[in-house]
Ligand binder design. Sequence first.
Ligand SMILES: Cc1ncc(COP(=O)(O)O)c(C=O)c1O
Length: 378
Amino acid sequence: MDWSAWRDEFPTFRTATYLNTCSLAPLSLRVRAAHERFLDEWEALGASAWYELWIGALDALRGKVARVLGARSDEIALAPSVSVALSAVASALDYAERPRVVLSDLEFPTLSYQWAVKPAVTRVFVASEDGIRVPVDRFESAMDDRTAVVATSHVYYTSGAVQDIRSIAKVAHAHWALALIDAYQATGQLPTDVHAGDVDVLVTGGLKWLLGGTGIAFLYVRSSLAKELRPTIAGWFGNARMFDFDAKVFEFHEGARRFELGTTANAAVYAANAGLDIVLEIGVDRLRERTSELVTDVIERLSDAGYSLKTPDSPTERAGIVAIHLRDPPKVVKALTSRKFVVDYRHDRLRVSPYFYNNADDNERFVEALRTIAPPVR
Ligand SMILES: Cc1ncc(COP(=O)(O)O)c(C=O)c1O
């Protein structure tokens, strides 16, 4: 694979050192063209584009998401954000006998907020000792027969640590609870097989490692579970007979689409299709290999320079996010931004997240600039 050729696909690299895919992937030429195609179709066809093109684009997108997750198309629903997808699933659970949801204190907040606003639910937080990872046996100790769901990340957004989703599912199922995985920081960069992992529900989205931009997220629900769950928030896209336009009759869609609500943002659907085409063309295995190499390279440079990291040492335990412990991360990000680096921070750490279009020169430039701006905390 000629990785340097991919760089031309992302014009951002002409002017900036972009190392922030874990926040938002840079814009590609293909995604820009997809947006323009959508606008052209809208202008040329108006509403008839729905039947001629856009419904097909929704199906194509569900199919591509299914491919990267090892799922079937009918197990995938589209949503405007992970928060909406989570809301639909959480609305279908019965908390009377099982009022507890187990999470770790390293989750992205929206995962936990879902249950923060449900008076019937108690959130049980499993603590991380090192701020990097949470051993699976900690989840196990927090579970009991009142647990409805264990909801946790595939990759932690502040450390890049990878969780073994199969082990999480095993722990959940031992207590007849559901395993719900927030894979936003994993899908695209980490090979995933939801069936082999025995995952019940997975949420993920388009704007990071899937290269597609804002306004689109994805929900996987295991087919046998989707049939059983009855969401208590609804919209016409979740109706199996949506084009009957019968306001009196709602019939749950057979599969995961029962969790869909209203009209999709089709510019986002087009962009997501184009982003996923790049991911599928390269292949997730190759993306994983390339990202691992770049992460190891930047970690070695940072370690040699004396920085303290909040990312696992073992390459198999980490994904494309590297967290650097610093004294004043907001100030450092500001200084780096003025030098045309795109990076960000969370809490006490600066995050960099190399992906396939980055290279060792980006890493070198970044570490050199960091040494000038913020020497390591000793
Ligand atoms: C792990 C994780 N989950 C969820 C989200 C975002 O969720 P939503 O689509 O609701 O904005 C992010 C985005 O930053 C994330 O990193």
